[in-house]
Design a protein around this ligand. Structure first.
Ligand code: AMP
Length: 133
């Protein structure tokens, strides 16, 4: 069965997209640790990070690097953290999380955003991503 992230890739489930290329997609996490919390995923459905080939892993990290640069331009933060952790969705995903306090790195701390805030944030990050690629 397709993962929820494959359904996002196919458009079956909506998302707030921030970046996309032939092999990868980035979209805002719907239950964010911090404003700007973004997920980067390979379009090819793979369960675990280290199931990826070395080339796929490197390409995912390169994509995540470009997305993090775009987040940094838009979201005020001390730095963007990166985490590959969690058991919920069996589809590789890199969490990019703007950090101001250590609680932003804790997946028990969550922020609420309106759908308007998600939309405008995604549009701003998408613009910053496009301007550098
Ligand atoms: P984990 O597998 O523990 O890293 O958790 C999966 C992450 O995906 C969580 O941070 C969820 O908030 C996020 N998530 C789950 N469903 C969606 C969705 N439809 N759109 C955006 N983010 C999602």
């Amino acid at each position: 069965m397709a993962t929820i992230f494959s359904k996002i890739i196919s458009g079956e489930i909506p998302s707030y997209k921030v970046a996309e290329n032939q092999d990868f997609l980035a979209f805002l996490d719907i239950n964010p640790n911090a404003k700007g919390h973004t997920l980067c995923i390979p379009k090819k459905e793979t369960n675990r990070l280290f199931d990826l080939s070395m080339d796929e892993y490197t390409a995912l990290m390169q994509f995540s690097y470009s997305v993090a640069k775009a987040i940094e331009k838009v979201v005020e933060c001390n730095r963007v953290g990166l985490s590959v952790i969690g058991l919920e969705v069996p589809h590789v995903h890199v969490h990019l999380i703007p950090l101001n306090e250590m609680k932003n790195a804790q997946f028990t701390h969550k922020e609420n955003l309106t759908s308007e805030a998600y939309q405008s944030l995604a549009a701003d990050i998408a613009e910053a991503y496009k301007s550098q690629n």
